[in-house]
Design a protein around this ligand. Structure first.
Ligand code: GAP
Length: 518
């Protein structure tokens, strides 16, 4: 990560804590690694992201219904889904530091370093040649650059092969060939690489031993698969249709880093779309486009998002793509769109002995549908929105002097607080009384906040820092003319509006129609 991006990421994480968005779990006991709690503004923002997803996927879509399935499922579920046998990461321990790493991540990082050397050479040449620089030509002809790029490509090929063949020895050889040292201690005293299952398990109280072993679900999707026929029959759905849900998932991640990017307890927003076999690629393309639009409709620039095809397909998929977002630490997976074939329904049918087939009234045929899945991490989406919104800029203060402000330029529909009500001064009871009256008038419509502490400029800054799109200031004139000043967060524009209009105006500017009527 470049230093300025590293700084930015640090600023975002400390802003999250300072302003009550996210706290380390069990902080008073020095925290629990990769587990986080959402504070007052964080839980509002998270709920708004969930609402946006649910509205777009369930409320606004004609062919999707929602469910809420349990976290615990019959243990056979995870045998059928392949998670017991194949939901593994390759891990390696350093014998000296006793630290544990993901072998594939260590190798990826070493390859990235080689790529970075090539990029550095290209950057130097760009500065040297200026306007006349032909980057494409330089990439393919400069001996040093081609050497780095060829080496990186051949290592990537070896890594992909080792991962797809579950070849732990090949991974260890890559670590040795690349002379990878423990990033913490510098030691190269490694154990063998071995598979590590990512599911957490626990035990049922009334059954001892293996029989009573339960897993905390590592994805919400299986709760949808096992309910496929229940939902289809009770809501009389015809294929194609989808089932959506939002819920917690748990993974015993070996490398838990980058704040809420990779957590051990997190939330997923998943949708399984059931289609006729053979039509899955058409729907795969449909969902790629639909989901990308969901992101850009929030104002996220297209340059910050890109598709990334999977080279290494999961055990259940015949096509898979990530929507990557440019986090401060680079482009990383935000959402996955997977064509899961009939793998899951078929396995559950075999394991349970219960038919999971759809009867097509048009063709009079029974078949197991194919599935296209969209799966986005709620916490990752939260981090993407925070990274996108966090802005430091110079603006005129109350006295007209340029001053720095930190502002979260969140989409108004996502903002935790939609409107703050601020009496100009707090030692005038008439102003306080009117401001409180306004607060209670608009409270039922959206989240609002009353604040009378400190000078008005500082109160604006506090609202900027939590992303409040509108502030209403109640001044002496308000007592005379029933008007207040409405201040807009991003443009800093101020306009006088009638007290009776506040609710309607703010609701219009911060409501979901803003997004869905684009
Ligand atoms: N049902 C398919 C599935 O679970 P996945 O690619 O493993 O696919 C889907 O996960 C999404 O869940 C990812 O794109 C990511 O946003 C989120 N996710 C996965 N692991 C995560 C973790 N440890 N912490 C936070 N989010 C995670």
């Amino acid at each position: 990560m470049a230093t300025n991006q590293e700084d930015l990421f640090k600023k975002i994480t400390s802003h999250c804590k300072e302003y009550g968005f996210i706290f380390q779990s069990s902080e008073i006991y020095d925290g629990l690694s990769a587990v986080y709690d959402y504070g007052p503004y964080g839980s509002e923002l998270k709920n708004n992201i969930k609402s946006y997803w649910w509205k777009s996927m369930v409320q606004m879509h004609d062919h999707i219904i929602g469910i809420d399935s349990a976290i615990f499922m019959h243990p056979k579920t995870w045998k059928a889904s392949g998670h017991v046998d194949a939901f593994n990461d390759p891990l390696i321990d350093n014998k000296d530091s006793k630290k544990r790493y993901r072998a594939d991540v260590l190798i990826e990082e070493a390859i990235e370093k080689i790529m970075a050397k090539a990029e550095k050479e290209i950057e130097k040449a760009r500065n040297r040649f200026g306007e006349s620089f032909d980057e494409a030509l330089y990439r393919t002809t400069n001996p040093r650059v081609t050497e780095y790029l060829t080496k990186a490509q051949s290592l990537t090929d070896r890594l992909t092969k080792a991962m797809s063949e579950n070849d732990m020895e090949a991974l260890k050889n890559l670590i040795l060939d690349l002379e990878i040292a423990d990033p913490d201690s510098g030691s190269r005293n490694w154990t063998e690489v071995r598979q590590f299952n990512l599911m957490f398990n626990t035990q049922l109280g009334n059954i001892a031993g293996e029989e009573g072993k339960l897993y905390l679900r590592p994805e919400t999707a299986q709760g949808i698969f096992v309910n496929f026929l229940n939902v289809q029959k009770t809501t009389r759905q015809k294929i194609p249709f989808g089932i959506a849900q939002i819920g917690k998932a748990f993974r015993n991640e070996i490398v838990a880093r980058q704040f809420i990017f990779r957590m051990r307890e997190f939330e997923q927003m998943e949708m399984q779309f059931f289609v006729k076999p053979g039509e899955e690629m058409k729907w795969y393309e449909y969902w790629k486009e639909y989901r990308m639009k969901w992101h850009t409709a929030l104002g996220t620039p297209e340059t910050k998002l890109k598709f990334h095809n999977h080279e290494n397909l999961a055990h259940y998929a015949n096509a898979a793509v990530d929507i990557q977002f440019e986090f401060p630490f680079g482009f990383r997976e935000l959402e996955g769109i997977h064509s899961r074939t009939d793998f899951d329904l078929k396995s559950h049918q075999e394991m349970s002995g219960k038919k999971l087939q759809y009867f097509d009234p048009e063709s009079n045929e029974n078949f197991i549908p194919y599935v296209v899945e969209t799966s986005i991490g709620l916490d990752r989406m939260f981090l993407a929105m925070m990274s996108q919104a966090y802005t430091e800029e110079m603006v005129p203060d109350a006295e007209g002097q340029e001053a720095q402000r930190i502002v979260l330029k969140l989409h108004p529909a996502l903002a935790p607080i939609k409107c703050a009500v601020l009496p100009l001064v707090k030692n005038k009871p008439e102003l306080v009384e009117l401001a409180r009256k306004i607060q209670y008038q608009i409270k039922p419509l959206f989240m609002c906040q009353y604040d009378d502490k400190d000078a008005i400029g500082r109160r604006y800054r506090r609202q900027d820092a939590i992303g409040t799109p509108y502030c209403v200031t109640v001044d002496f004139e308000s007592l005379e003319d029933g008007m207040v000043t409405l201040r807009e967060r991003d443009s800093l524009r101020q306009e006088r509006i009638s007290i009776t209009e506040i609710g309607k105006i703010v609701l219009e500017k911060t409501g979901w129609e803003q997004i869905f009527n684009q």
